[in-house]
Design a binder for this molecule. Structure first.
Ligand code: GZL
Length: 325
């Protein structure tokens, strides 16, 4: 409703101006429930699919007006967008946080403006978790554990294993938890060794750059543990250019996270050994949580999306073709 009065004020000003200039203005839908969404960026295929899922969920419903701001992976850009949402008097705010730290102040500003907020995808590390209604997203630690379990089943317990670790955006929940799963496993497997941890920022370009540099002086790798598909695609290109084989029957076994259609195709074709799913398609779930809130119904504090892991052995071409992202 806050937005109604700010729109009314804007509208009356526009109408005054229009009456002078003769410009016909379409009336903004003052009755719409306005959702302001601060998205991480467009760094990966996963993110693009998540944005599409969120936009589709709200833009097909006249009851909602959906305002999305792309932060280009910068937390400061998220703060700017959120302060604009507050000024505009949106009815609800949804945040996909770039990193976990640094959210206490802005979430308090949102609370002081009496605007409800949901955290999606990654999490925030705040003193007072009553500052947001719920966090809907993946269990990233479980994703990492699925990958570790695959390595355990695939590797004789007495074989030395050299693991190259490609990390996503440092401080993002997906990076923190996928890294924790691997580091915990290395501590309990004396024959496993992380030969290096490279920073790929969840992007193909950065991963290609750091892998190319690394492979100039290091070639002795058994497993690539890559924290998202786009970094994996960059790493595959660097491995090819260095003349190092990978996938089924190759020198380097590849483990990747997200399970986008392109990665699953590589998996089906034997070029990637394991795809751990990270489901971005939860826009409808976010909308139904908001509708529960609007009806005054209780909302769970954490909502996990269901996910699996895929190998060359357990997927078919029809399965790959059927994938939505
Ligand atoms: C996971 C999401 C991660 C994806 C990456 O939920 O936060 O960010 O795994 C994306 O592809 O960049």
């Amino acid at each position: 409703m806050k937005r109604f009065f700010s729109i009314l004020l804007c509208l009356s000003m526009i109408l005054m101006m229009a009456s002078c200039s003769g410009i016909k203005e379409t009336k903004p839908s003052a009755e719409a429930f306005v959702v302001g969404f601060s998205q991480v960026g467009s760094e990966s295929d996963w993110r693009v699919a998540n944005t599409k899922s969120m936009a589709t969920a709200f833009e097909n419903d006249d009851e909602y007006e959906f305002l999305m701001e792309n932060a280009r992976q910068e937390q400061e850009n998220q703060f700017t967008a959120i302060r604009r949402f507050i000024l505009e008097g949106v009815d609800f705010i949804v945040i996909a946080p770039t990193v976990e730290e640094g959210w206490d102040t802005i979430l308090a500003e949102i609370r002081d403006a009496n605007i409800p907020v949901i955290i999606i995808d990654r999490s925030v590390a705040v003193e007072d978790d009553s500052l947001y209604l719920t966090n809907i997203g993946s269990d990233f630690l479980q994703q990492g554990k699925l990958a570790v379990e695959w390595i355990e089943n695939d590797t004789p317990s007495d074989k030395e294993l050299k693991i190259l670790h490609l990390q996503g955006t440092i401080g993002a929940t997906a990076q923190i938890q996928r890294t924790k799963a691997l580091e915990d496993a290395v501590r309990t497997h004396s024959n496993w060794k992380i030969v290096s941890q490279l920073y790929g920022d969840f992007t193909e370009a950065k991963a290609y750059e750091v892998m190319t540099t690394y492979l100039k002086t290091n070639r002795d790798i058994d497993v690539l543990y890559s924290e998202n598909d786009n970094m994996t695609f960059g790493a595959m290109r660097a491995l090819e250019e260095a003349g190092i084989t990978y996938g089924n029957g190759g020198q380097v076994k590849i483990i990747t996270f997200d399970a986008t259609k392109e990665a699953l195709q590589y998996c089906h074709d034997g070029k990637i050994n394991l795809c751990v799913e990270c489901n971005p398609m939860f826009g409808p779930d976010v909308k139904s949580l908001i509708e529960k809130y609007r009806r005054g119904e209780a909302i769970p504090r954490h909502v996990h999306v269901n996910e699996s892991a895929y190998t060359t052995q357990n997927i078919t071409q029809d399965f790959v073709d059927s994938r939505a992202y």
